[in-house]
Design a protein around this ligand. Structure first.
Ligand SMILES: [Zn+2]
Ligand SMILES: [Zn+2]
Length: 213
């Protein structure tokens, strides 16, 4: 399996290499990455991070997993550690949507892992709370990400949007609009918003999403 951007990832992170080969087609990366980052007036951080990365065979439709193994990230919820011990780099909605549009691994790493680990370093060493805003966590966080994309805030309405997105467009547009405007979805401006979301993630994804909410 050829992963777009992996060669460039190794070039930029020469202390990372391939881990043990597995038979299920996933790619394992082990080693260290050098965090060398600053943002606006926040302190610069220089830190070596011990990292294990799994790029599953379903990538980019399945998310890569990141695990910090050098004891740098405290294993507590407020540092966005998943129950399995992997790092929570953002909500599934945000990450899946990103990866369907851009599957470049190096760009994903720089867009999600670097800001996350920099924020962890600032929180840990300087007591500064997550600088890029609290990462969206769990199903509530995912709903918030979804809400900000759609522009509705009511949970029932958002679930109705997820339901509409899990249906075929033609059928959903005939149904009542999730925003409770009293129109059919196809007659409300909301359908334009939903059509955009249909382009990034498939119906099946929204069916699973709705089940998670
Ligand atoms: Zn989280
Ligand atoms: Zn409406």
């Amino acid at each position: 399996m050829k992963i777009k951007g992996l060669e460039r990832f190794f070039k930029e992170n020469p202390l990372m290499g391939y881990g043990p080969v597995t038979h299920d087609g996933e790619i394992r990366l082990n080693g260290k990455v050098e965090l060398n980052h600053s943002y606006e007036n926040y302190p610069a951080v220089q830190q070596l991070i011990d990292l294990k990365i799994i790029i599953p065979s379903g990538y980019p439709n399945t998310q890569p997993e990141f695990e910090e193994v050098g004891g740098f990230v405290p294993r507590i919820d407020e540092f966005h550690i998943n129950p399995s011990g992997t790092l929570c780099l953002g909500s599934p909605f945000r990450i899946d949507k990103y990866l369907r549009v851009n599957s470049d691994f190096l760009e994903f790493f720089n867009a999600f892992f670097i800001p996350y680990i920099y924020a962890v370093a600032l929180k840990k060493d300087h007591g500064i709370n997550f600088v890029f805003g609290e990462l969206k966590h769990g199903s509530e966080g995912e709903l918030e990400d979804f809400a900000s994309e759609i522009g509705l805030t009511n949970k029932e309405e958002l679930i109705a949007c997820a339901h509409a997105l899990s249906q075929k467009k033609r059928i959903a547009n005939k149904g009542p609009c999730p925003c409770n405007c009293g129109l059919r979805l196809g007659k409300c401006e909301l359908h334009l918003q939903l059509n955009k979301l249909r382009k990034t993630l498939p119906r099946k994804w929204y069916r699973n999403f709705k089940a998670r909410l």
